[in-house]
Design a binder for this molecule. Structure first.
Ligand code: SF4
Length: 432
């Protein structure tokens, strides 16, 4: 299944993403090109002889599947459990799919106690086999640089361990808590803030631990908002997710439930009609979706977001600013525009937390401010995320923004700078 040599990837290029794809014909190129998000679609198709419908997939994922999982049927590939069972997790397998650099190869050989490597076949299909600087590849394939600890870095920079009254529950803000449902993810991001815990099997969705969490929340009437995260809670079964949601919904003072997940990009097959039918019973339910780069917004991800939005779930994105991956105004603009088209509100851009081994991922804060400045006024305000630093030591999220206020003049007028650099005045003489 994995025995296809790298040179076999030089196939023909297909950029279209039509509703049906013929089951026969040339497989597409294992290409570095971005998926065709946003391309105008055909409204009428030329008449063709009838043909059997095939699973609609992003061209890159289809090419990858044809090469490395040629025996996988459409139902198998579309099954999230199959995707998890067939995750790519070891050096020998990765090496057949990706031309590894020395830094990547060494990291996979040394592995040890570091954050495990795992990538779903779907997400691996979006990874470039030949470009080690590709954003999605850098987010998934480890390098030796993550074994280097630099000044200011820590395993738990946000001090979550000190704000955990019950195992797997973080209570930092007065009115809301973070419930870690599991430490399992279908794919592991190399820059994960919780890399100290995820993937090691220490946080499981066992009933006893969850009951302790429900008891704690029940005992604190000020908690009105629960974020269920992890690990990735949507890697649990529908029944287990419903167990968590129904118990939370039964607590009268819990007004809002939020789910944090990355499955819409790494495992979009997880978003099924059955899941969304169950989720919609627990409104008001919100979702925070983890996005990195516009290349993630493939057909499968668009479909998953559409199912969630159609279930009435407000969707917001969270994106970590990462050096050489998305710290670029054009990349970030394409990302927020793709998100808007998928009915996902760009919500937060995070300054990368100083976790151990993260220096090669971190940007100067000035880069984040520059990106926000490039968005504000240049696109709709809905598409402009809030840029935040999660304060090391447990201080919570602190928003930072370019300064558009240039002080007051002698008459008390507020001097403002607009998105084009023009100066304007507002008569700010009303006393409080
Ligand atoms: S999906 Fe979230 S919890 Fe899992 S590795 Fe990525 S950032 Fe960490």
């Amino acid at each position: 299944m994995y025995g296809v040599p790298l040179h076999a990837m030089q196939l023909s290029l297909r950029l279209d993403d039509q509703e049906e794809e013929p089951p026969q014909g040339e497989p597409p190129l294992f290409s570095l090109a971005a998926p065709s998000v946003g391309k105008p679609r055909l409204t009428t198709l030329p008449e063709q002889p009838a043909r059997s419908r095939a699973l609609k997939m992003s061209p890159l994922c289809r090419a990858f599947r044809n090469l490395f999982f040629p025996g996988a049927t459409d139902p198998q590939w579309s099954d999230w459990r199959w995707q998890i069972q067939h995750r790519i997790r070891d050096l020998a397998t990765v090496r057949r799919m990706v031309r590894l650099t020395a830094e990547e190869q060494k990291a996979l050989e040394l592995a040890g106690n570091m954050l495990p490597m795992a990538v779903t076949p779907h997400y691996m299909g979006l990874i470039s086999a030949t470009d080690p600087d590709q954003a999605i590849r850098r987010s998934m394939i480890p390098t030796v640089y993550e074994m280097r600890r630099c000044p200011g870095e820590a395993d738990d920079p946000l001090g979550e361990e000190h704000q955990s009254p019950v195992p797997g529950l973080i209570h930092r803000y007065p009115d809301r808590v973070l419930l870690l449902a599991t430490d399992f993810c279908s794919s592991y991001c190399r820059y994960c803030t919780r890399s100290r815990v995820v993937g090691h099997g220490a946080i499981t969705p066992g009933t006893r631990r969850l009951q302790m969490i429900f008891d704690y929340i029940r005992s604190k009437p000020q908690i009105r908002d629960v974020l269920v995260s992890g690990g990735d809670p949507l890697t649990l079964s529908d029944a287990r997710i419903e167990f968590i949601l129904s118990n939370l919904r039964a607590i009268p003072h819990v007004e809002i439930i939020r789910l944090g997940t990355k499955v819409t990009t790494v495992l979009p097959q997880r978003i099924t009609p059955q899941l969304t039918r169950m989720l919609r019973k627990y409104h008001p339910l919100w979702m925070s979706l983890h996005f990195l780069h516009p290349d993630e917004c493939c057909h499968e991800t668009q479909k998953a977001c559409g199912l969630l939005a159609d279930a009435g779930i407000p969707l917001g994105s969270q994106t970590v600013l990462l050096k050489g991956m998305n710290d670029n105004a054009d990349v970030m603009r394409r990302l927020v525009h793709n998100l808007m088209k998928m009915r996902v509100k760009p919500y937060y851009v995070y300054q990368c937390d100083p976790i151990s081994g993260s220096e090669h991922f971190r940007t100067p804060v000035s880069k984040g401010l520059e990106i926000i400045r490039s968005l504000r006024g240049h696109t709709t305000g809905y598409a402009v995320p809030t840029y935040v630093i999660d304060a090391p030591g447990g201080g919570g999220k602190i928003p930072i923004s370019p300064d558009y206020v240039a002080g007051k003049d002698a008459e008390g007028n507020l001097r403002l700078t607009n998105y084009e650099g023009g100066t304007y005045q507002y008569p700010d003489y009303i006393q409080a």
